[in-house]
Design a binder for this molecule. Structure first.
Ligand SMILES: Nc1ncnc2c1ncn2[C@@H]1O[C@H](COP(=O)(O)OP(=O)(O)O)[C@@H](O)[C@H]1O
Ligand SMILES: [Mg+2]
Length: 443
């Protein structure tokens, strides 16, 4: 019945694609699997963006735990590499290690007090005509981190203190790090500048040094956690030399801090560094940036907003972003009024025109249906989707797709075996209240 299971070596895939072209989105792209309404399903956000079928190349993947979200993403990256595309992953569970090994690359493992430092204040090189003022982006990032960490939005006085401190340590023209002229400022420098502002900073807003220091003190103490507190030794210095950014895959392994209450802040620092590093690449074929378990970032409105704005910027850099979530209400959970939450969810969805929806509980789908643009039939269908099957909304079009694994891929996507063998966290996800019936198995 139907089309036989797809199996091929990556060497053969490139040659095979031109013939797998009946799918509704054209034949250019990577094979995902079987369109359950017939034919192969092939997808490429860069092609669809170029041809005007999508207005942005970003993707959100939703679904309950154990439905095959990460498996899909891992194989997708693997298959995109056939076309010379590179992948960068923020990996909170440390589950992309097997994929990295298959590629012969070493994940960048971050842990408090470890060997590797990433400077989240690294700025992308300035580009002619681009709106990428390094100082403004740094201030936005730090304000978001502080707000996320404080669990409230910043007062205007606090926001101003952050801006002045960042400007203070970024150099006179605010582009000290751009173009490699001078090293990027570091978090300890910003914390110092907040705790001990310059007279010129105070004068700029007609206040005293003491008053400005008082304005910035809460923010400084919160950011200090990343510098001198429990999270020290990851993001508090210049980026470590020798990190290999030239391979097909870069993985930031955050599993050492997966159970930290500050996971969202840590992931945001990692994502900020990654966005800047990707923007600095000489791109020939596009990059896919993945934030797996992105609920940890998106659960907080302040950091979610930062992520959304960075998605907007990265469009100019040839980047396709993928966020992996459990459910749409990850976008609308903590820390904001109803209208703010909905606005944020709408904004992020507007910036991600490809939505891959795996099974979710009926109540959730009803709430999410409208935002996702699901028809009533689709709303009924989604709770019953089997593992590996997802509803793809690509722009205005819908597809029901069975994701297919090759033998090689099956080995590096198997999170069940790892959980059974080593007790790696995978079902008990902190902070979401949705640990649900985890693995319902295929069929
Ligand atoms: N398309 C598929 N076909 C067969 N098995 C799959 C498929 N997708 C995922 N799996 C298996 O299901 C398990 C859970 O998948 P995973 O991607 O880790 O789930 P999620 O990220 O949604 O929590 C993995 O062990 C994987 O091997
Ligand atoms: Mg997963």
């Amino acid at each position: 019945m139907g089309v036989p299971a797809h199996q091929a070596t990556t060497r053969h895939l490139g040659a095979a694609y031109p013939f797998a072209s009946e799918a509704g989105l054209g034949g250019r792209g990577v094979l995902i699997g079987r369109d359950l309404l017939g034919g192969a399903f092939v997808y490429d956000p860069f092609e669809l963006y170029r041809s005007g079928l999508l207005t942005n190349p970003n993707m959100v993947v939703f679904g309950q735990i154990g439905r095959g979200k990460s498996a899909f993403v891992k194989t997708y990256l693997w298959r995109q590499a056939v076309f010379g595309r590179r992948s960068w992953v923020v990996d909170p569970k440390g589950e992309y290690t097997a994929l990295a090994q298959a590629w012969g690359v070493e994940p960048v493992a971050l842990r408090p007090g470890g060997h590797v430092r990433l400077n989240p204040l690294d700025a992308p090189p300035a580009r002619a005509g681009a709106d990428d003022d390094g100082t403004r982006r740094r201030a936005e990032l730090l304000a978001s981190l502080a707000a996320g960490s404080l669990g409230r939005s910043l007062a205007p006085t606090e926001r101003t203190a952050v801006e002045l401190a960042v400007a203070d340590v970024s150099g006179p023209d605010g582009r000290a790090a751009a173009g490699g002229a001078a090293p990027a400022p570091t978090l300890p420098q910003v914390v110092d500048a907040l705790l001990m502002p310059k007279a010129s900073s105070a004068a700029a807003i007609r206040t005293t040094v003491d008053a400005l220091a008082a304005d910035g003190r809460h923010v400084a103490l919160e950011l200090r956690r990343l510098v001198a507190g429990d999270l020290q030794g990851m993001f508090d210095a210049a980026t470590s030399p020798g990190i290999n950014l030239s391979g097909p895959l870069v993985v930031l392994d955050l599993s050492a801090v997966y159970h930290s209450a500050a996971l969202g802040v840590i992931m945001t620092c990692a994502a900020a560094w990654l966005q800047a590093a990707v923007a600095g690449l000489e791109l020939t074929a596009g990059v896919v940036v993945v934030v797996d378990e992105a609920w940890a970032i998106l659960a907080n409105v302040a950091v979610a907003r930062w992520l959304q704005s960075s998605w907007k910027l990265s469009r100019a850099w040839g980047v396709s972003n993928i966020a992996v979530l459990h459910r749409l209400s990850d976008l609308t959970s903590a820390g904001a009024s109803g209208s703010e939450q909905v606005g944020l969810a709408q904004g992020l969805l507007a910036d991600s025109e490809t939505r891959v929806v795996y099974a979710q509980p009926p109540g959730e789908v009803e709430r999410a249906g409208e935002l996702l643009g699901l028809s009533s039939t689709e709303t009924e269908l989604v709770p019953h989707l089997r593992r590996g099957v997802a509803l793809w909304k690509v722009g205005a079009r819908s597809f029901l797709v069975q994701h297919r694994l090759s033998d090689i891929e099956a080995a590096f996507v198997d999170t069940d075996a790892r959980m059974m063998a080593t007790g790696v966290p995978g079902t008990g996800v902190p902070g979401t209240g949705d640990t649900g019936p985890a693995l319902t198995g295929p069929g």
